[in-house]
Write a protein that binds this ligand. Structure first.
Ligand SMILES: O=C(O)CCC(=O)C(=O)O
Ligand SMILES: [Fe+2]
Length: 367
């Protein structure tokens, strides 16, 4: 009894607060892990998303850091005075709106995904599963060779390696024409449904986020796991930047149309490796141009990729840090399938691709 009493006293006097603190911290951690899982599922991997690399096209074009209006005015006094009062204030209000959009993004994305899941009736239900017939025969052969190369600890045979059009930029066949045509048709059906679509990323305005349409579990994730990761592992220029450890993605279709988004300014991606495939429609122009890796970017174009010469289903697999831009289309409508492929392992070592830091990364394993 004495021992029990002592125990009870000890528990009530000192262990309970410890327990309570522990439970509270676990509660918080659980909450944080849950919040991070949703952020990561919707493409946010690092807290820098909320303050850095805000792309603005009007009233001036550029990428900005934004920590609220007061700090922005203080740190950009020279820029603002050179712009003049009205334009300067316009810039601050555009940045403030972008900051709000980023803060609200996850909540709105979760609501859209739920609504699409409940209300959208699929036209080509088979598209949601990764069948071999969706993939180009060349891609099937290439990825099979990559799996063999990886299993035997070798790089891809140089005859099997797709042509590199710039450092870490490979041109290759990816999807079958049938797949591209059906996906374009499905996206028309989705637009006609009137259901809400999110912006694909902070630079493109038109398109859809494929995860919100339910493509992740049986299409995008197997594509990543069974094909794109082994391929990126077998190409040394990709493997050295995390290609062997790709473990999550942000995937979308971008749409360019005359009078809407017609081009895309130079940028690098929030990815270790990016897959970008021409889904088609009729268009002229829209070439993808590369300027070199971000730490060594040149003013002139180092590679030039013409979609129209290669046809639908053709793509580019490139390191995310290659600076690239899409030239204006001159006619028609262009749809491209883009997968930003990411590696948690690489990020924990070399940092977030956008800010190069490790201390603001959101991780799933926060517990
Ligand atoms: O329009 C394109 O083909 C390029 C798209 C792109 O670079 C991106 O979404 O990151
Ligand atoms: Fe890009």
């Amino acid at each position: 009894t004495v021992v029990a009493n002592l125990c009870t006293i000890w528990q009530t006097r000192s262990l309970d607060p410890v327990r309570r603190a522990w439970a509270a911290s676990r509660g918080l951690a659980q909450h944080a892990a849950h919040a991070h899982a949703e952020e990561i599922a919707h493409g946010i991997d690092c807290r820098c998303f909320y303050t850095e690399n805000f792309y603005v096209s009007q009233p001036v074009e550029g990428h900005f850091t934004y920590n609220g209006p007061a700090e922005f005015r203080e740190e950009n006094a020279d820029l603002l005075s050179s712009l003049g009062d009205a334009t300067g204030e316009k810039l601050v209000s555009v940045l403030e709106a972008e900051s709000r959009r980023r803060r609200d993004l996850v909540q709105l994305a979760v609501a859209r995904k739920r609504r699409i899941g409940a209300e959208y009736s699929r036209k080509h239900g088979d598209l949601w599963r990764l069948h071999e017939r969706w993939l180009h025969p060349d891609f099937l052969r290439l990825t099979e060779a990559a799996r063999v190369a990886e299993a035997t600890g070798r790089s891809l045979d140089k005859f099997a390696t797709p042509p590199a059009i710039a450092e870490g930029v490979y041109a290759l066949q990816v999807f079958s024409q049938e797949f591209c045509a059906l996906l374009c048709d499905e996206l028309d059906h989705f637009s006609a449904s009137g259901l809400p679509a999110g912006r694909p990323n902070s630079m493109n305005n038109a398109g859809v986020l494929l995860d919100e349409l339910g493509f992740s579990p049986d299409f995008l994730e197997p594509l990543l796991r069974e094909y794109l990761r082994p391929l990126s592992s077998a190409l040394p220029a990709l493997a050295s930047l995390g290609g062997a450890h790709l473990d999550h993605h942000k995937s979308f279709v971008v749409r360019y149309k005359m009078g809407e988004d017609e081009e895309l300014a130079a940028h690098y991606d929030n990815s270790e490796v990016t897959l970008n495939v021409n889904l088609g429609r009729e268009f002229l122009g829209g070439e993808l141009v590369f300027y070199g890796p971000k730490e060594d970017r040149s003013a002139s174009v180092s590679a030039y990729h013409e979609w129209s010469r290669r046809g639908v289903g053709h793509g580019v697999l490139h390191i995310g840090r290659q600076v690239h831009a899409a030239l204006p289309i001159a006619h028609g409508e262009r749809l491209n399938f883009v997968m930003w492929l990411r590696s948690s392992t690489q990020r924990s070592i070399t940092g977030c691709p956008m800010c190069d830091q490790t201390d603001r990364l959101l991780t799933r394993n926060i517990m």
